[in-house]
Design a protein around this ligand. Structure first.
Ligand SMILES: Cc1cc2nc3c(=O)[nH]c(=O)nc-3n(C[C@H](O)[C@H](O)[C@H](O)COP(=O)(O)OP(=O)(O)OC[C@H]3O[C@@H](n4cnc5c(N)ncnc54)[C@H](O)[C@@H]3O)c2cc1C
Length: 426
């Protein structure tokens, strides 16, 4: 069976890995000139089964409406994007009921936990990505925040997401870089099973192993449309006009999957949600390293700070509904810089001027916050997208589930919550 995978980000490469392991002949098509250059490059770099809840938590509509026009808001809806979001947005709001939110969270937890187990195997097989296992810290600034966090963590824990409550002293002992602002914190939750690493390095390492196993990687090749014959997928049409034939096509092109699927008559409900990151050096101008060693999330600042490799720190945050817009807005960068300075004033003060490298990416978001993995109603056309803010955390398990669907093999976890067929018309 010859399978074409569109997109060489974390979703496409992981799918290709398990398709190849299952015996398929695989060709990957990527319009960029390197793998993992888009959403999968400078993301938050955290593998976080503890934080995979969808972003449409109960009350999300009120939050979005209150934030309209506030360009510093963590979750922001830009008015120009509104017309393109109407149908998707109605489902997004419907899925924010308490019952749906909790069910969707558990679907994501199951995928994430399975994925981290698969990542260990990938690491043993030589896919190296600066992995480290120190968990993640969510810092808490008030008794009210602590009570809320504790209630949520106690609900999640029986589902395989262990945590510890840390006092302020225990927190600073674990992460001394927080000592300068310890007086503002009352403690933290420590999600012991979360992990860190370098997603772009992971993508590159996975691509190298795929090529060594005979997977063909077509870089700089944009796909224009999916070709059909009697209603069944027959192959692809490339931008150069060529039409290679395939037995099956996997769309793993993040939010760009939607316009591509439309060429086969499908309406895929995945929208781009823009986020920013800053990449900072660990070392200050004086040569000292005051940077954090453990990933820290500050919910009151809506921001995560994660060590990457030996020499960098990544700061990630913000969610903007603004269409396929990859421009870097100075005011968003300034806001993120201000927030990270509130959390790590000494580290930030020691950095050389203009040390921060800003980046932006478009999370492929489904309206229920759960990925779309598997067959569509068009025979031969499969989806692996919609992983949203969890795309690295769930990449390996998503790829494995996708391969099971294409190769008609039984999966290790229940595949039904991720089926694209839960959406009308797919
Ligand atoms: C700020 C930010 C922080 C994040 N932090 C985390 C985190 O800490 N942990 C986590 O798990 N997730 C995180 N995410 C989410 C994660 O990065 C994404 O879910 C994931 O990268 C999506 O992978 P992908 O392969 O679907 O998309 P991409 O990496 O974007 O890959 C899709 C590929 O398809 C290609 N493509 C598109 N159209 C075509 C075409 N017509 N022809 C050929 N190729 C095409 C694109 O060029 C692209 O390379 C974060 C995202 C952002 C934006």
């Amino acid at each position: 069976m010859h399978v074409a995978v569109i997109g060489a980000g974390l979703a496409g490469l992981s799918a290709a890995h398990y398709l190849c392991a299952g015996g398929a002949e695989v060709s990957i098509f990527e319009r960029e000139v390197e793998v993992g250059l888009m959403t999968s490059s400078r993301n938050g770099s955290l593998l976080h089964p503890s934080m995979v809840e969808p972003w449409n938590e109960p009350g999300v509509l009120g939050t979005l409406l209150r934030n309209l026009g506030n360009s510093d808001a963590a979750m922001l809806l830009r008015l120009h994007a509104l017309p393109g979001l109407i149908g998707w947005g109605m489902r997004f709001v419907r899925e924010s009921s308490s019952k749906r939110f909790h069910a969707n969270t558990l679907a994501n937890v199951a995928l994430a936990r399975h994925s981290l187990a698969l990542m260990k195997t990938l690491g043993d097989e030589g896919v190296q990505y600066h992995a480290y296992r120190r968990g993640s810290l969510v810092v808490l600034r008030s008794a009210e925040a602590l009570a809320k966090a504790r209630q949520w963590r106690e609900w999640l824990a029986p589902h395989g997401v262990p945590f510890s409550l840390l006092s302020r002293d225990e927190l600073v002992a674990l992460e001394p870089a927080l000592a300068p602002i310890a007086g503002e914190l009352i403690g933290a939750t420590h999600q012991r099973d979360d992990e860190g690493g370098d997603p772009q390095r992971f993508a590159e390492a996975l691509a190298a192993t795929l090529q060594a196993r005979g997977v063909t990687l077509h870089l700089g090749q944009a796909i224009e449309r999916i070709t059909l014959n009697s209603g069944r997928v027959s192959g692809l049409q490339l931008a150069d006009g060529s039409q290679p034939r395939f037995d099956a096509v996997v769309l793993a092109a993040a939010a760009w999957s939607a316009p591509l699927a439309a060429t086969a008559g499908l309406s895929v409900p995945v929208k781009p949600v823009k986020g920013y990151s800053l990449t900072l050096p660990r070392q200050g101008a004086d040569g000292t390293d005051r940077a954090p060693r453990t990933p820290v999330v500050d919910p009151s600042l809506h921001m995560a700070v994660i060590p990457v490799g030996d020499d960098r720190v990544r700061v990630a945050g913000t969610a903007e509904f603004t269409g396929f817009d990859l421009s870097i807005r100075p005011e968003r960068v300034a806001n993120l810089t201000r927030l990270v300075t509130q959390l790590y004033p000494q580290y930030m003060a020691a950095l050389p001027a203009n040390a921060a490298e800003p980046w932006t990416g478009l999370r492929p978001m489904s309206p229920d916050g759960v990925a779309l993995i598997g067959a569509t109603r068009v025979p031969g056309l499969y989806l692996n997208t919609g992983q949203g803010h969890t795309g690295w955390t769930v990449a390996a398990a998503s790829g494995q589930l996708l391969a099971c669907a294409v190769l008609n093999q039984s999966a290790s976890i229940d595949a039904r919550p991720y089926s694209p067929r839960r959406f009308a018309g797919l």
